[in-house]
Design a protein around this ligand. Sequence first.
Ligand SMILES: [Fe+2]
Length: 392
Amino acid sequence: MDQARRRTDELFELLKPSAIFSRPIPERHRLIFYLGHLEAFDWNQIARTALGAASFHAEFDKLFEFGIDPPVGQAAQDQPAEWPSVPEVLAYNRRVRDNIDRLLDQAPEQIVHVAIEHRLMHAETLAYLFHNLPYDQKRPEAISQQSAGRAIKPVLIEIPAGDATLGQKRCEFGWDNEFAEHRVHVPAFGISTYKVTNGQYLHFVRDGAPAPHFWIERASQWFYRGMFGAVPLPLNAPVYVTHQEASSYARWAGKSLPTEPQFHRASYGTLQGGERPYPWGEAQPEARRGNFDFHHWDPTDVDSSPAGDSFFGISQLVGNGWEWTRTQFGPFPGFEPFSFYPGYSKNFFDEEHYVLKGASPRTGACFLRRSFRNWFRPNYPYVYAGFRVTET
Ligand SMILES: [Fe+2]
């Protein structure tokens, strides 16, 4: 909990004070909401719901309870003056932390785990928000330049038919949508060794496709809009796009996006039928160098980490950007919502969200577990998400 709190505290320290009431993504709350939300969530879940504690600030418990996810283009209309001041929110936060620290030993392990992962999820989605702030609203950090290696050649690797295990064992931690564990037969298919790069996507843009949200054009040159500054478009880095853009590219290239079971088969499968916990095998993610767990802000080249690190020789299946699948987010057989947070997944089983797998540079190592599923609307352009293509 201390580490997760440090992670989100450090993020807020990146902001210039004037940024806190801004709304860098129109479909999300103003940043002040998130300052209160992380503590309100812990308080509501751990103290009030699990342990029956009485509220000391019922208005804030409610105001900061839930985020929003309206259809793209339907922005919230609230004004900065409608929100409490920063000192009021910080006073609430301090009181919550003092209380939670006293209660933590009594809280059910599952709820504590939920609170920690919830905070770490926001460490990533806050990065999406901060990414869209003007640069002068953030304290500057060094901008990493990409290497200019040889162009990545798209190669499809054949994955033989086999079973893939989706979901989590009941005895292990997972969010409600990760249950129940089940096996799916996956017919043979081909999948690209590397994620689709900016360089490959540039051909599509030159053929008339709109440029992704993360690109800017200046004097006929393309730049990548990084967290702390724009750099000449790194051609070998993965392109970050929406699901709609990824699907259009795949169609243009005569390919498809992988399904969720295909992603599992390519990432964790072997020829013998056994499956690995991580693409590279048994080693824990912390012992592995890859672009995840907050080491970098922006993507690195698609061939920058150990090449072909899954059994079948596919690279970077976790890290360096989530990967869109063509599977709509829905319940696994045996799904039951968490009683203490019934809307966490169920509210998104609406055929308007798609599953993403893998991880981005700002994804905590705990989310690299095989069963973790991420989901977003197909036209939400702010996610650190790319894709690779398949052929059947
Ligand atoms: Fe949240």
